[in-house]
Design a protein around this ligand. Structure first.
Ligand SMILES: [Zn+2]
Length: 402
């Protein structure tokens, strides 16, 4: 202890003692100065950007009045679990460090409004990140994330989510229900699809450029991504056929998805659909009937949703006690799509139209040819929809090949 005291710099002690906001950027520190431990109790904001600090010592977490901590541009590869005890924190910036993980306790920071962990090496975020109810800004761009936790849809104050430059293949479906989200950037990922349901909050800016595998957009989602409202209509309607499962009976035109992909007739293209969707019903088939299970999912979800409005945590408590886990998860993740005509939720079975359309992408002088999908809950909605009347698709019914 004596030796430690010996190393303390009296000038620094004085400086720390005199301040509530400490600016120690660009100081060349290789560790968090011990002076903070001895004299930093009253500090509320600490800026130590662009140093060479490699770890946050556990004693640091005793500075419990701290509200803002900026450690952008250091070499931190590990954060102590004790971080979760710094419950005054509202802004945390660990951008440009070497983190591979966040401590599970970070979700205890219930006052956190801004969390930036951009440009680290994170492979996942805490699964219960939804506990951060005050979180408004989340920057996770430039990491190695393959998915975002479903519970992110419980961050009811989230207005900005930046997740560019990761390895995301899909987004949680429920993300569209975030009531305050007005900026979502998921550029440069490996997204195969966007959620099919339109965003609850409007207007919202959604950036999806440089997702080379993005193979289709739902018609409802497309207007959030294009910089002008996409008009109904049809440029090119695809016929598609079931890739592997050949039906023995030509009259059986129910289409089953295999590994959630459909294969376009007359081209080598493949369209990958959401993993929750596991059956497409051919609209030309007079006998097609949605399964009882799908009907039940739709009815129960609609009942619970009506009772609870958007209060998802209440929903979770109510249904997790009475329903099997996989059904609960389906509900919590939300419907795969909404029927284009009646807005009924669609979970695992749908009637779908697929067509191709040139879309002017938001913020880019680029017109990209995208495939668009329109989902219907059952045949009656398909036949009665305005979409079909206006565009006379009905007259040229798509031939589904099984
Ligand atoms: Zn419908």
């Amino acid at each position: 202890m004596e030796e430690e005291n010996f190393r303390l710099q009296p000038d620094w002690i004085k400086e720390v003692q005199a301040k509530h906001v400490l600016h120690w950027n660009y100081r060349g520190f290789v560790e968090v100065p011990r002076e903070l431990q001895h004299a930093g109790d009253q500090l509320e904001e600490i800026y130590m950007k662009w140093n060479y600090i490699s770890q946050l010592p556990s004693w640091f977490t005793a500075i419990d009045h701290l509200t803002n901590l900026y450690l952008f541009g250091n070499e931190i590869s590990y954060l102590p679990e004790e971080l979760g005890s710094m419950t005054s924190l509202s802004v945390l910036d660990f951008g440009h460090n070497q983190l591979t993980n966040l401590p599970a306790s970070i979700v205890k920071l219930t006052r956190l409004r801004c969390l930036s962990v951009e440009f680290n090496s994170l492979t996942q975020l805490p699964s219960d990140i939804g506990k951060l109810k005050k979180l408004e800004h989340l920057k996770v761009n430039g990491n190695k994330l393959k998915y975002l936790p479903n519970s992110i849809s419980l961050c009811e104050n989230l207005s900005e989510l930046i997740a560019d430059l990761n390895h995301l293949k899909f987004l949680p479906q429920n993300i569209v229900y975030l009531p305050k989200l007005n900026f979502l950037s998921v550029k440069s990922n490996q997204l195969r699809f966007m959620p099919a349901v339109a965003f609850f909050k409007s207007p919202i800016e959604v950036l999806v450029e440089d997702n080379e595998y993005l193979n289709y957009l739902s018609f409802d989602m497309s207007s959030f991504i294009a910089n002008s409202r996409i008009q109904m209509g049809r440029d090119e309607v695809f016929d598609f056929c079931n890739r592997k499962e050949k039906s023995s009976s030509p009259s059986d035109q129910n289409l089953h998805l295999i590994s959630n992909s459909i294969h376009l007739k007359n081209s080598n293209e493949e369209v990958v659909l959401p993993p929750t969707l596991n059956k497409l019903h051919g609209h030309a088939n007079k006998g097609c009937i949605i399964s009882l299970q799908e009907y039940c999912l739709r009815i129960v979800y609609s009942m619970i949703y009506r009772l609870n409005r958007l209060n998802s945590s209440c929903l979770q408590n109510q249904i997790s006690n009475i329903l099997p886990v996989n059904i609960t998860n389906l509900f919590l993740d939300g419907p795969t799509a909404l029927c284009h005509r009646c807005k009924k939720p669609i979970f695992r079975e749908a009637i779908m139209i697929l067509f191709s359309r040139a879309i002017p992408l938001m913020n880019l002088n680029l017109i990209k040819k995208m495939k668009l999908t329109v989902f219907f809950c059952e045949r009656s909605c398909y036949y009665e929809s305005d979409f079909l009347e206006k565009d006379s698709i009905l007259q040229r019914e798509i031939e589904w090949v099984s």
